[in-house]
Design a protein around this ligand. Structure first.
Ligand SMILES: Nc1ncnc2c1ncn2[C@@H]1O[C@H](COP(=O)(O)OP(=O)(O)OP(=O)(O)O)[C@@H](O)[C@H]1O
Ligand SMILES: [Mg+2]
Length: 359
């Protein structure tokens, strides 16, 4: 496995404040890596060290095969950066800013002009190429910043919250661009607080908390860990729907047994999660739904046009068992049952509210 970035005990201390603490992580070449963490966790500080804007206090990192301490100029040639705060010259036009970047990287005139035009077209800012940066809206500045950072076709692109403040359409333009760059072989490092964006784009996710790496995995891997942890924390019987159904089976009449066996069969491939139950009840009616809705352990019920209903339940022991038992008691004929993975947002909150454990 080749890595675009490897950090080795990377550490940054600001006076007596430890902003990044002994960070060791590996980012795969040609991947999209999501770098998450609460405000002040150390994301931007890490990115600044990886892009040679600041020096580590100790440790080092290899970026595109070059050491940030020994070969910062080589690193700079291989990377592009869209900073958290747009750092273009406010009194120059969009085009002048982009050309300035191209000149920094020594691009010949014709290449500079053709690439600038192509990129500006791509993110839809060409119409404003002759406007001064200080006259642009926030989103337009962001687009200009993206163009400037891509002009030298860097292998590795750092994007520090690039879609913040962008309208939904422009956001999608940028997401498409990120995916396109990635499919052309660029590695993308994306800092973001937008979990939808991260889930949509990222192959791997690192969560940093108080300067320490608290989790690192694929988005699905992080969810799987969370499901496993929740299940370990609970009594196995109550955290596993299959076992819960066995318990109901023992207490139920033979007619219902068939229905429960069927439910068990249909949920074989589902990992249990305690917060949401998704069922299709053949013979549901308003009375039954009202009854379920009024259970203290049920927070909400959503009816979908497909006939499926999702039931938000609280995560107290036995909640799932109780809801299923209640549906059956009410004469409900459950024909499909499933549970939903936790969202990345739930994973984020869980990971960052735990005492940091180094991974
Ligand atoms: N130049 C500096 N001098 C002193 N402390 C700093 C400096 N830059 C950052 N810090 C501190 O380091 C910590 C990490 O900041 P950083 O900007 O890396 O956070 P972040 O994860 O990018 O947060 P956000 O999501 O808000 O952008 C913060 O507590 C911040 O106050
Ligand atoms: Mg930041």
């Amino acid at each position: 496995m080749k890595y675009a970035i490897e950090t080795f005990n990377l550490t940054k201390q600001y006076n007596d404040f430890l902003a990044v603490d002994d960070l060791n992580m590996k980012i795969k070449e040609k991947s999209i890596f999501g770098f998450l963490g609460p405000n002040g966790a150390g994301k931007t500080t890490t990115i600044k060290m990886l892009t040679c804007l600041i020096l580590p206090t100790s440790g080092t990192a290899s970026v595109a095969g070059f050491d940030v301490l020994k070969n910062p100029n080589e690193v700079r040639q291989q990377i592009g950066m869209v900073p958290q705060l747009v750092s273009l010259y406010a009194d120059l036009t969009v085009k002048e800013n982009v050309y300035l970047c191209a000149d920094y990287y020594g691009l010949p005139k014709d290449l500079k002009e053709s690439r600038a035009a192509e990129l500006m077209e791509m993110v839809d800012i060409k119409y404003a190429e002759d406007k001064l940066v200080k006259q642009l809206s926030g989103g337009m500045k962001q687009k200009a910043s993206v163009v400037a950072s891509l002009i030298h076709q860097p292998d590795i692109l750092f994007l520090d919250e690039p879609t913040i403040g962008l309208d939904p359409t422009t956001k999608r333009v940028l997401w498409d661009l990120i995916e396109e760059l990635n499919s052309n072989g660029h590695t993308i490092i994306l800092c973001s607080h937008d979990m939808y964006e991260v889930e949509l784009l990222c192959d791997d996710v690192g969560i940093i908390n108080k300067g320490e790496l608290a989790a690192f995995d694929t988005p699905q891997g992080l969810k799987d860990i969370m499901i496993k942890e929740i299940n370990e924390e609970k009594e196995p019987l109550t955290s596993n729907i299959s076992d819960a159904l066995d318990k109901i089976l023992e207490e139920t009449n033979p007619e219902d047994k068939k229905a429960i066996e069927h439910i068990k069969e249909s949920m074989k491939n589902n990992e249990p999660n305690l917060k949401e139950l998704s069922v299709i009840i053949d013979n549901k009616d308003e009375k039954m739904l009202n009854h379920l809705y009024n259970l203290a352990i049920v927070h909400d019920i959503t009816e979908h046009t497909s006939g499926r209903i999702t039931i938000d339940i609280n995560d107290e022991d036995d909640a799932i068992t109780k809801v299923i038992a209640d549906i059956i008691k009410f004469g409900g004929n459950i024909t499909s049952i499933a549970t939903k993975d936790p969202s990345l947002e739930e994973v984020f909150i869980r990971v960052t509210s735990k005492k940091t454990q180094k991974v």
